[in-house]
Design a protein around this ligand. Sequence first.
Ligand code: SF4
Ligand code: SF4
Length: 390
Amino acid sequence: MGKTFDLSLGIDADSLASCVSCGLCLPHCPTYRVSQEETASPRGRIALMRQVESTGVADDTFTDFMDECIQCRGCETACPSGVPFGSMMETTREALADQTKYQPKYRRLGYSILGMPRVLSIGSRLIAVFQRLRIIPSRLALPKIPLRQTKLKASGDDVWLFTGCIMDAWMRDTHAAVKRVVESTGAGVRLPGNDAGCCGALHVHAGLTLKAKKLGNKVMTAFPGTNPILVDSAGCGAQLKNYGHLLGTMKAEAFSARVFDVHEWLAENLEKLPKIKSNEAPVIVQDPCHLRHVQRSHEAVRLVMNRYIETIELDDDGLCCGAGGAYSSLHPETAAAVRSRKLESIDRSGGRKVVSANPGCMLHLQQAGVSAQHPLELIDSIITRAMNSE
Ligand code: SF4
Ligand code: SF4
């Protein structure tokens, strides 16, 4: 037993009692699949939460077991008893962050920078320069960050495009491709500018709920009106859809009701997309956990892709790829072990190219040599090529 300390989790008794220990979630848990240890399974983690809640005492190993959860929520979709594992884990992390040194100052500073678009932009440019000078260690496995940012210009106000923090600083070309696809339906796209910034998803994962709430309130003011808000990152979309629950206000509920993963919106507007014949080879669809297990809207990606291109399914029931927001940086070994199962599934599928609707998953797969891109980057290239050849 490690060092002990007092801890009050604050998880409601009904949630803790809802797990009947059937174990049906175990094969869907990536950390259990890798370690085969009960404490790395949803059932084992819930048992530990119950124990801490009843005794009011935890130890360092409890913190480690909770921290090693990827928060993929594959256990939630697999659970026949409707155990709200995601919110139980978020409450546990919040208690650890509030009552212990679970989140040290340097990490809190890192998370704070995500909410400062200007600092993030300057920092990203510096990293881009250091990458060109080859003084960024390759073990950090960062994507190649652009030296200059593509400028995004508003084209109307039918829908908003949420641009976020890291994705906007590092992968704005993906936003540009997504915007072109949305515009190809005839819709005008409005942009939030720097006022929106970070959605707070990584803060919730880290237990920094108060900071996430502040960011949520800031984001909401950047999207006035009632028009739909389209999101091209599954993790951010899940967070924006959860503002009603996080902030507990009618205003936040109304905001969340306006949020759509961009594929959901396109699936509703399929007939407005250009009619184009494509002879592109079939692609593998990798479902980000926050699209499949949290938003539960992963079928929309297939509907949109299948308008132009055949899709190939993986045989792993949507098992996590190991990216998990900041998880792959904080737990690189487990993240790589989880990813190797995804790579085996990709190999078995017979396909070559992968599409993934979450930038974190996309980068995590690219770092293992997989040819992965955002689904709408591929659709954009198909539409653009067809238009240019007319
Ligand atoms: S979380 Fe659900 S599936 Fe997993 S052991 Fe508990 S009741 Fe069974
Ligand atoms: S959220 Fe994912 S990693 Fe965590 S216990 Fe559930 S299935 Fe396992």
